[in-house]
Design a protein around this ligand. Structure first.
Ligand SMILES: Nc1ncnc2c1ncn2[C@@H]1O[C@H](COP(=O)(O)OP(=O)(O)OP(=O)(O)O)[C@@H](O)[C@H]1O
Ligand SMILES: [Mg+2]
Length: 511
């Protein structure tokens, strides 16, 4: 379409970081009323390109045009004044403030005379228009991740965004929430907005996007209409080779019970019951998948087992040893490893180097730790090995963890936890935010751990993942176990029904 003016165009954008060419002469354009997906492997340069677009980074070369006019952004404030707003991979909300306060934060003429009622009404109005329900008076910390995301979207819409960039919005959503978000995207698109949508989930890209741009190692590999593309075609554009979506797994060789919970009860952050009499066993050599809609006690389950949350009743044993109520360090010594869902807050120390993050557990033991001393050489050697084994894309072991792309940070945590050769591995959404290649290799790594005798508790909202690698499926709903099946006999419809609380609870949990 040579004559059509793009609502947003990026020409020949080049952006470097020390040791990394993150964007290499990238050309990109999207029109009004278009959903444009941005695809690429972890570290391909997607977030960087969009951070350039929204004024967070200055490119070394290239131009940005809005409605055909060149613009120069020095800050996100400049970008939003030209109608460009971004919802980042990690949200930037003030937890202690209300939804309405966050929406109005930093708005120049939001005088104090703007009463909270008016602010709430404005939030409500945008919410109604685009299908973004959220309580304007709720504090951010009280909201689910999905609701926080709605606040971020409302915030940029309120500031007049016509070009909205969403960086992996569905990585943190349940399937139901994703469907709601897509309704919102369609409403915005019909309203003439331009949506740039980053995702690793190829099905959703095919269903929601008009056009797709694929980045590979900082360069554009292709720009194509989404219609008619297959997952396999997109995947091979991303990685530059054929990708296989199926892999075989050997039958589980069950050993002794490694993790046992009996009648475990715990409360959530608001002191409401979160686990109600949970009993389950995980044996050496098997993967037990916990299926459930987010917020049904999965997080509390993981935290209770790892000692991060106090249980109020029940008993936990690891390899026969009673560890009920023990703190995290005792749990680690008992052989429990944990890949948390929230990799930014509990998973890594952003200002420490990649090598230090990789050693966060190993530092207490030789060869890296010797009493109170740490052997830097051993730490470096081990980091180099892990970076290679887990294909972590980083300029080097000394790079601060915060400079890694989202997916590569996730690999750091996995590398650290898996390399500790745990007795029991608790993995919460281990492939969230990972590209297809990395997802495939993480699943293989989990299966390899299982075949070496680890007992793995896999917590995931992604039913495909649960079905792909679990040996047994346990369904959780409102803190209780609703049913348990060998995966070979499990049926996806039945699992879905139980996730919604079974026939009785189905209406209560409808969104
Ligand atoms: N602030 C930074 N400082 C140094 N290097 C950076 C910085 N931000 C990104 N990089 C590097 O630039 C490259 C591209 O990163 P980017 O975050 O754009 O990838 P991405 O495509 O968004 O990946 P993901 O799917 O994992 O989120 C990576 O090699 C990353 O390590
Ligand atoms: Mg990214």
């Amino acid at each position: 379409m040579p004559d059509a003016t793009y609502a947003v165009e990026m020409r020949d954008i080049t952006k470097r970081f020390p040791g990394v060419l993150a964007n290499d002469h990238v050309n990109f354009g999207a029109q009004a009323g278009e959903v444009h997906a941005l695809l690429g492997e972890n570290g391909a340069g997607k977030s960087t390109l969009m951070n350039v677009l929204c004024g967070l980074y200055r490119p070394e070369a290239g131009a940005i045009l809005i409605d055909g006019q060149p613009v120069h952004f020095h800050s996100p404030r400049d970008a939003i004044q030209s109608g460009v707003g971004m919802v980042h991979q990690h949200f930037m909300l003030v937890q202690s403030q209300s939804v309405a306060e966050n929406v109005f934060l930093g708005v120049r003429n939001a005088s104090f005379s703007l009463r909270s009622q008016q602010m709430a009404a404005a939030v409500q109005k945008i919410g109604d228009q685009y299908g973004l329900p959220v309580d304007p008076n709720a504090k951010i910390w009280q909201l689910s991740v999905g609701e926080q995301q709605r606040v971020e979207i409302i915030k940029i819409l309120y500031r007049g965004a016509r070009i909205l960039v969403l960086d992996e919005p569905t990585a943190v959503l349940t399937p139901q929430e994703s469907e709601m978000l897509f309704q919102t995207l369609r409403a915005m698109k019909n309203d003439g907005k331009t949506i740039i949508f980053i995702s690793h989930k190829l099905e959703e890209v095919i269903s929601i996007a008009d056009n797709v741009t694929v980045l590979r190692a900082g360069k554009v590999a292709a720009t194509t209409p989404a219609k008619g593309m297959t997952k396999a075609q997109l995947a091979s554009l991303m990685v530059g080779r054929q990708v296989f979506f199926q892999f075989d797994k050997a039958p589980a060789k069950l050993g002794e019970v490694r993790l046992a919970l009996a009648g475990v009860e715990a409360q959530d952050d608001k002191f409401l019951p979160a686990l109600r009499g949970v009993s389950l066993e995980v044996r050496s050599g098997e993967i037990v998948g916990i299926a459930g809609v987010a917020g049904n006690g999965q997080r509390e389950l993981a935290e209770t087992v790892t000692g991060l949350r106090k249980l109020t009743a029940g008993k936990i044993t690891v390899a026969g040893r009673d560890v009920t109520g023990s703190p995290p360090l005792v749990m680690i010594d008992a052989g429990i490893a944990y890949v948390p869902e929230d990799r930014h807050h509990t998973g890594t120390a952003p200002n420490l180097s990649v090598a230090e993050n990789l050693a966060l557990k190993a530092y207490r033991k030789p060869p890296i730790g010797h009493g109170a001393l740490i052997a830097p050489d051993a730490m470096q050697t081990s980091a180099v090995d892990l970076i290679r084994a887990f294909d972590i894309s980083t300029p080097g072991p000394q790079t601060p963890a915060r400079k890694l792309s989202g997916g590569n940070l996730q690999k750091v945590i996995l590398a650290r936890e898996i390399s500790a050769e745990p007795q029991v591995l608790i993995a919460a959404s281990p492939t969230r935010g990972l590209d297809i290649g990395a997802t495939e290799s993480v699943r293989k790594l989990l299966l390899a751990q299982r075949d070496e005798g680890a007992a793995i508790l896999l917590i995931s909202e992604d039913l495909d993942e649960i079905f792909a690698i679990s040996d047994r499926i346990v369904v959780m709903y409102e803190g209780s176990i609703m049913g348990e099946f060998p995966t070979a006999e499990a049926e996806i419809g039945q699992v879905g029904l139980l996730m919604a609380g079974g026939e009785h609870g189905a209406h209560a949990s409808a969104v």
